[in-house]
Design a protein around this ligand. Sequence first.
Ligand SMILES: Nc1ncnc2c1ncn2[C@@H]1O[C@H](COP(=O)(O)OP(=O)(O)OP(=O)(O)O)[C@@H](O)[C@H]1O
Ligand SMILES: O=P(O)(O)OC[C@H]1O[C@H](OP(=O)(O)OP(=O)(O)O)[C@H](O)[C@@H]1O
Ligand SMILES: [Mg+2]
Length: 285
Amino acid sequence: MLRIAVPNKGSLSGPAAEMLHEAGYQQRRESKELRIVDPENEVEFFYLRPRDIAIYVSSGRLDIGVTGRDLLIDSGADAEEILPLGFARSTFRFAAKPGTAASVEDLKGRTVATSYEGIVAKHLAEQGVDASVVHLDGAVETAIELGVAEVIADVVETGTSLRNAGLEVFGDPIMKSEAIVIRRTGAEPDDVTEPKVQQFLRRLQGVLVARTYVMMDYDCRVEQLEKAVALTPGLESPTVSPLHNEGWVAVRAMVPSKEAQRIMDDLYDIGARAILTTAIHACRL
Ligand SMILES: Nc1ncnc2c1ncn2[C@@H]1O[C@H](COP(=O)(O)OP(=O)(O)OP(=O)(O)O)[C@@H](O)[C@H]1O
Ligand SMILES: O=P(O)(O)OC[C@H]1O[C@H](OP(=O)(O)OP(=O)(O)O)[C@H](O)[C@@H]1O
Ligand SMILES: [Mg+2]
């Protein structure tokens, strides 16, 4: 049975469960459940605090886990990223009252409040800056107003929390994060576990592709086919089938969903007709 760690709370938990459900895995029914077995897929899910997941996975007791890249790096645990999952995207940044600091060098001798001491200490050491770090569990934006620190280092998504606290980011982003799948560094692939890990990754990749691509079908004149294929090259190459009407073909290709409307306009302009897009529910590339 493959043993997988899944976030039990916070920003990662809902989207992770949704993605696993889309990938065909059974998920818990109640938020208090700590572990469930999915016998059909021979997988056991452990619902753990996102911050603890890298530690469990690095111990080797769990085979893989879903966590945030920032949490993995912060933990310093012996685990590595094997698949980015495209949700819970954020940047990790320094912020302060406007005019306080312009770059990481300005942190010398100052105090930085953060929930991610590991990331901050590593970054300051890399930059050769000597500053104090104070650990807070959350709501770190308030630390400046209350005089606990002059600078904070925190997760920024929309920037709303910073704006509400009257703070501004400064310096280069410390890192970019998103949800990821991790496994123990240098895990020895055994014959029983490895195929299951690979199947798990293929399923999640299938969900990612289904989320980012749509299937496009259209008819076009043979003379326009090369132009049309250049607009819709597909992943390998589009399927082209003859139509009953001579001189026309039907084309089918996957296209990035974000570009679908523009591609439909361009196809129409070169004379393609009956242009349809349909959602992809699942796939294996
Ligand atoms: N507003 C946000 N937008 C995107 N990702 C976020 C956001 N807040 C936290 N994250 C990501 O969630 C992960 C942290 O999860 P964690 O559950 O520890 O904190 P949280 O989501 O802030 O929840 P809480 O603070 O309520 O416990 C990190 O990978 C972080 O980058
Ligand atoms: O840029 P934004 O879109 O505002 O998102 C970033 C905020 O979201 C998270 O806070 P959360 O609500 O989890 O509270 P916390 O600080 O107590 O973790 C994070 O710690 C930031 O404060
Ligand atoms: Mg938080």
